[in-house]
Design a protein around this ligand. Structure first.
Ligand code: NAD
Length: 517
């Protein structure tokens, strides 16, 4: 173990999470039947090997799906509040292990330590939400048009849920899905990102212990490891009625089509291209932290990261100068060191994509206000640390229209009324998160109205980045249309059934149809 990571307590954290030491290979979770080749996980923070995880072969997968299907038959028969009790215990284990798990998230993915802890807190919050939900999976009674009849709607457990997740939220997205799926009576198979496999093994170790303590089968929670080919085992498998896939729009296009081909359901959480509209009455005290955290938090690698600022021309210079000034105070370095605001990008491919995007923006006529670039020297040996860039651009630039998963912020002007700014905000293919900064009530309401933002998330006087678990999370258009986490997102993890019961002595048909025999 390298000194730099040991300094931040990584070795202890791995131990507490049941992961073996570096170079020894890593436990792949007790019910993971991985016998394929090893994939290595390197930290983008210091370039060191953290551990290796064995991948899942097709034969391994068959054992996993069998275990998940068998477990489903017993789990769906367990009363929902009892399943909620399991989720409550899981949430408590996460409370105990928040520090080591948050550290591992930060070390393996590269986000700041505070954001790593925040991610584990989201897992805890969704567990609390799911525990309450386990007593509220209510159907409804519907008036029947026929005398002596009643109609009801029930929600039944669905089956095995397949979860495919992205590298940037290596633990929370899984929990958003599993906590709800479990109280709904489903069992889950998780294929985590091949870029953060140890976070998945750590989570699996935690839930496996809870299941063991309760004499429940491990098939309730399974992981499989590997790249997209392992994901395809699930997307093409008719034994999995729901695939919840989080990642790029490119991935969603393929996964959505594969699942639809076999009439499965999919919940797609894909890329964003999020904008903040800054109006003449916007309060700079709110604008600057909202826009800067949104653009550089997680090094610009959040699906909700702020990519575009659409600023009214009357306040453009003032806002531009304040944001450029704030960028000068940002510190970039090892994310485990709490003095740093920004950690690295996930890997060198991401660095190359970032550099290419800046070049493309320049070639399309962009004006660079804050120069980007790769950091070198002591502390930056991994080669993944980059400087956040700000570029004045036009909304219709090809590069502005696509999501670059890196800290590049595009500034653009609008000159007319708020409708013009809303048209610019909506004028991209993605529809995840959006925000308006205004103290003018009419502007805020227009932004939230049917003619306003076309995104799944529309905020007033807070940024685009981050969300609370109480609300349904997800977006429209090329963001995929899925919703997970709060509100009534649980319904996708269940099977809806309409019942009509006749308690009369006649058999009247609906719509007044007569069928005399
Ligand atoms: P990615 O699309 O490269 O990979 C995501 C996951 O999909 C990985 O586990 C990968 O192995 C798997 N995968 C890829 N192709 C597949 C296929 N054909 N079949 C089955 N599985 C396949 O994304 P990434 O680089 O890990 O993450 C970044 C992207 O994720 C960004 O676009 C970001 O906006 C998006 N994201 C969206 C949300 C959301 O909630 N909307 C949340 C986090 C990340």
């Amino acid at each position: 173990m390298q000194a730099v990571s040991a300094d931040f307590g990584i070795k202890d954290a791995l131990k507490q999470l049941g992961l073996k030491d570096i170079n020894e290979g890593t436990s792949t979770g007790s019910n993971n039947f991985g016998s394929g080749e090893l994939i290595a996980s390197y930290s983008p923070t210091d370039g060191q090997l953290i551990g290796k995880v064995s991948t899942t072969t097709k034969d391994d997968y068959e054992k996993v799906i069998q275990a998940a299907q068998d477990a489903f038959l017993m789990f769906r028969a367990m009363p929902a509040p009892q399943r909620g009790e399991i989720v409550r215990q899981f949430g408590n284990k996460l409370r105990e292990l928040k520090e080591p798990l948050g550290k591992l998230v930060s070390y393996e993915m590269g986000k700041s330590l505070q954001e790593g802890y925040g991610e584990v807190q989201e897992m805890i919050d969704i567990c609390d939400f799911a525990v309450g939900l386990s007593r509220q999976l209510n159907g409804q009674t519907i008036p029947s048009e026929r005398p002596g009849h009643v109609m009801r709607e029930q929600w039944h457990s669905l089956g095995v849920v397949g979860i495919i997740s992205a590298f940037n939220f290596p633990v929370a997205v899984w929990a958003w899905n599993t906590a709800l799926a479990w109280v709904c009576g489903d069992t889950c198979i998780w294929k985590a990102s091949e870029k953060a496999p140890l976070c998945a093994v750590a989570c699996q170790n935690i839930i496996a212990e809870v299941l063991k303590d309760n004499n429940l089968p491990e098939g309730i929670s399974c992981i499989i490891n590997g790249d997209y080919k392992v994901g395809e085992f699930m997307t093409t498998d008719h034994r999995i009625p729901l695939i919840s896939a989080t990642g790029s729009t490119r991935m969603g296009r393929i996964v959505g089509a594969k699942v639809a081909e076999r009439f499965g359901k999919s919940l797609l959480e894909l890329g964003g291209n999020n904008a903040i509209i800054i109006t003449p009455t916007a309060d700079l005290k709110v604008v600057v932290p909202g826009a800067v955290f949104g653009a550089v938090g997680t090094c610009g690698q959040r699906c909700t990261s702020t990519r575009r600022l659409i600023i009214h021309e009357s306040v453009y210079n003032k806002v531009r100068d304040a944001i450029v000034g704030a960028y000068k105070q940002l510190t970039i370095g090892n994310p485990l060191d709490e003095k740093n605001h920004i950690g690295p990008l996930i890997d060198k491919d991401a660095v190359n994509t970032y550099l290419a995007a800046i070049e493309k923006a320049k070639a399309e006529g962009g004006n660079v206000l804050v120069e980007g670039g790769v950091l070198e020297g002591e502390g930056y040996e991994s080669g993944c640390y980059v400087k956040p860039a700000i570029i004045e651009a036009k909304n219709d630039f090809e590069i502005v229209q696509s999501e670059t998963f890196a800290p590049i912020l595009y500034l653009m002007k609008y000159s007319g009324d708020v409708e013009q700014a809303i048209a610019m905000q909506n004028g991209v293919a993605q529809g995840l998160s959006s925000a308006i900064m205004t103290n003018e009530m009419k502007e805020a309401e227009k932004f939230l109205s049917f003619a306003g933002s076309d995104c799944g998330i529309a905020n007033v006087n807070i940024g685009t980045s981050g969300a609370e678990i109480g609300g349904a999370f997800g977006g429209e258009k090329e963001t995929g249309g899925g919703r997970e986490s709060g509100s009534d997102a649980w319904k996708i993890y269940m099977r809806r059934q309409t019942n009509t019961i006749n308690y009369s002595d006649e058999l009247p048909l609906a719509q007044g149809i007569k069928f005399d025999l």
